[in-house]
Design a protein around this ligand. Structure first.
Ligand SMILES: [Zn+2]
Length: 190
């Protein structure tokens, strides 16, 4: 007996069930929704919750941490978020931070700063957007150095975006360059 799929109205053999096509579709949609939730929980900004590596023409290395450089508006944050999604799909524990906001948050919640720094130092996959955009005071330098040194020593994955090397402390720059692969983006690569 032929029934109608309750979703699309197409003929289907199963009673009370979606047709094959709608069933696959709904599993896929549920998976997407779950990933977007995990992107949000991992700290990815709302604008980039849909970011995916398939948005790019280039193929990027997903094994090594990337050091993403390029002018404002070329899609660096988009790429960083897409890398985060790629790792979330592999069930890796990820955390995405925007450097200036991270420091603003540390300063506003000094009592919790120790835990936050520890978390960021230890999370298996870290994505740092806009490093060097915050004003580098001794405090900022010391925190970054502690975080990057801990991650470097423990060989943890770190990807960063940067507008200009001029704004990043040279010691931090070297520490990052030793553990990442350079990607230079041109205007509008998305
Ligand atoms: Zn259907």
């Amino acid at each position: 007996m032929v029934n109608k799929c309750p979703k699309c109205g197409r003929d289907t053999l199963s009673v009370d069930y979606l047709c094959e096509r709608c069933r696959t579709r709904s599993i896929f949609d549920a998976l997407l929704e779950q990933i977007e939730k995990r992107m949000k929980v991992s700290g990815v900004p709302p604008r980039y919750l849909h970011a995916s590596l398939s948005d790019f023409k280039e193929e990027y290395d997903t094994e090594a941490g990337l050091f993403i450089m390029g002018p404002v508006g070329c899609g660096k944050t988009h790429l960083l978020a897409a890398l985060c999604r790629n790792h979330l799909l592999k069930a890796c524990k990820c955390y995405f931070i925007n450097a200036p906001l991270f420091f603003a948050d540390l300063k506003a919640n000094l009592d919790k700063s120790h835990d936050k720094i520890k978390f960021v130092s230890e999370v298996p996959y870290l994505f740092i957007d806009d490093i060097g955009a915050e004003r580098v005071t001794d405090y900022v330098f010391e925190i970054w150095y502690r975080i990057l040194e801990a991650r470097y020593s423990n060989m943890l994955y770190t990807s960063v975006t940067l507008n200009s090397v001029d704004t990043l402390d040279e010691r931090l720059f070297r520490r990052l360059r030793d553990s990442t692969k350079l990607v230079e983006m041109e205007e509008n690569e998305v």
